[in-house]
Design a protein around this ligand. Sequence first.
Ligand code: CAA
Length: 286
Amino acid sequence: MFSRAFQIKTTAFRTSSCKLFTPGTIRLMSTQYEHILTSRPNPSVALITLNRPKALNALSTPLFLELNKALFEADADQAIGAIVLTGSEKAFAAGADIKEMKDKEFSDVYKNNFLANWGELSRLRKPVIAAVSGYALGGGCELALMCDIILASPTAKFGQPEINLGVIPGGGGSQRLVRAIGKSRAMELVLTGRMVSAQEADQWGMISRVTDNVVEEAVKMATEISSKGQIAVQAGKEVVNAAYELTLAEGLRFERRTFHGLFATKDQKEGMTAFVDKRKANFTHL
Ligand code: CAA
């Protein structure tokens, strides 16, 4: 588990930021993984790096099982306030593993509900920031879209090229893209398979912003989020996500009730008292 992590002094390692990421002391989880790397750039942030470089981080079933395990461990760890998910400089992830899928039959994929466990990420309560460099294609684009915030380096390329393989997106792309960038643009990506640059994705409102050193920026953002009260952060994530599901009237009521509920927390008393006292709030996540 992240909380039972042991500490080692690391040498610098390469992540999807365009330069070496040198977090100093990194805490590694005790679990050893084959297809992902896990680390703690600081005590309140979990960094998960997809690590199948030869296959451009193609999302195989074993990779996804490891990813889900690491994500839920981080979500359960009280010391962690936010999670960063990244890949390599060349690829965040080039999609579902085509070699694994190519001989599957309808009966396999239907009976085993192939890809259903991909949606686990969207059940996490803590915020997940995608730090995307290089290809985020097919399932890789869908994985980024499942995250709460997407930061992209100038090299990032997003797309849903499944149409070139005789299929369509299966990891939520058709639904999340429509909500993120609208029907016409989503339809263009899904039906042509065209890749869009980080800059175009930014103009379309698909990502938060384009930035150099994307992993460092994502870790910085995750650290900032972790400095807030965790109950309010989780409530904020919950109400924003509710906008996908609810009518405006229901969503506004849900937001207000959740806002009311936060007055039962010590963090609300601390946050408002600290403002009045002109000092920094010391949140205890209670
Ligand atoms: N699955 C399995 N292997 C993949 C892969 C994938 N999605 N993407 C890349 N690879 C492998 C290649 O087969 C190659 O392996 P070998 O060296 O063993 O041949 C290695 O990664 C390097 O790839 P390329 O030589 O193709 O690298 P490139 O720089 O010339 O091209 C690329 C990069 C444009 C991303 C190209 O690899 C590509 O088009 N990949 C497939 C993208 C794709 O179609 N993704 C959608 C998958 S379907 C899906 O995701 C369904 C869903 O909705 C869940």
